[in-house]
Write a protein that binds this ligand. Sequence first.
Ligand code: TNX
Length: 541
Amino acid sequence: MSPAARPRVPKGPDTLGGVPVLPVLPVPVRREGGGGSFVVRPDTGVGYPDPGLAPMVERFRAEVERRTGLRLTATGGEDGGDAAAIRIELGSGPELDGLPAPRGLSPLGGDPVDERYMLAIDRDHLVVQAASPTGIARGLTTLVQLVAAAANGDAGEVAVPGGRIVDSPRYAWRGLSLDLARTFLPLDAVRRVVDLLALYKLNVLHLHLTDDQGWRLPVGRPDGTAGDGYYTAGELRSLIGYAAERFVTVVPEVDTPGHTSALVAMHPTLHTGRNEVEFELPPGHPHRATWLDPELPATFALVEEILAGTADLFPSPYFHIGGDEPRGMPHDLYASYVGRLRDVVRSLGKRPIGWQESARAGLGPDDVIHYWFTDVPVPAQLPAAVRSQLDADLDLSRRDLDAAAAAAVPVIVSPLGHCYLDVPYADPAVDPAQADRHGRLGLRFYQRRTLAASFDWSPAQTLGPGREELVAGVEAAIWAETIRDSDDLTFLLLPRLPGIAQKAWGDPTLPWTDRDRLAHHGRLWDQDGLTYFRSSAIDWE
Ligand code: TNX
């Protein structure tokens, strides 16, 4: 359609019970309809009495311009731009105060920050109100989605339906675990991931920086190792700053004692003769695994140096110690290793988080568990040896949860069948050009999953009945064994990532993949130039 043939003010979204359904994800907690709509035009003013909000207003204007071509006029400072049609105000009121506090852990430590916000929209004004800058950022993000999803591509005008949106998150910890060890991605690709997290009000970027296939930290490398890609201290600091400006906390993971082949390859003195094992997964596919031997003095000399260097780079009060899949490591050695590791992390002033296997080392009240290994559908004709290994692992996994419940420690949930974004897609792609990625991406040993099956879960129920209160937050996880570049990455992230955000922020039972909500987001990803999976299950516009 030529620009001239397009309506100047695009038709608003469809209605639900008389109130227009908004293309906002996660779906806001409360929404009331109102009369008319607010039309954003090139000369629409944005006023903000608090000069401290200037950087956020600038980012908002840049986003609106990038996505719609509309250049809004900002008026900050003394007069606060009272005359401006869009007003951004720090403040509160009974509507915001009445919202429930979020559950779980705050990525910044201490009590969760206030992320509540309100949007009041009528024909003449659009007011964004929140008690904190974080809340203002969340409110502006909602507004960016509203404007961008409605934009018709030329720099005309955009209509935002009138009414009120009152919103706050359910969980304080809402994240994505990103595997940069299996595939090294340029820093810019990681920044684009931060942008996506911010767009869906996710607030944790958990970086899996070390594994068998790669060591992406500047610390722990013998002098002069170039070789595989890694991030310099300066690059990591700039990424952390970029994320912080978008209210995203970067949490580092240094995964030991298993998954350490890359580290041991750089430091051959860490070999003890017993800490390298071969295993087959699935049968006929041999792998080598390495574990760090706590009885070798050199092990902790190096591990302490690595943890101290990493803790120094990342201001986050949490430190992910990994601890998953210690293949071939005797239990007593694993338990003593993890105990010591946690002590080192605490001595650095950080609170350790470990994958669920770390519960097997015993738990104290200050520990945090990251749960991932859940029952998933497996092929019926699974070889008996694999089936029995799986059953044994599932049994251990249930005991990890029992241990976490007995110790009453917080649990971040990433249930494999719902939060693992490297599970291959089952729905066909609309676009035949996506056949290669659709076939290639995601681990083969998982059964393909439909979007519907992926979204059919609720965080509070993940740990079983009576354990709702232990759930401390939600993380998606993207593992990079099959990923070659950032297009592969975003193909697996989208559209499932906003689905995790919906579970972490909003009502987990809401149907949100309909044509009035998720379907509009393809437009935002197109504006961003991002590759995404055009699933036939979504009625894309
Ligand atoms: C399990 S989840 C792993 C990763 C793999 C992933 C593949 C976890 C703590 N460990 O090492 O990449 O499965 O989905």
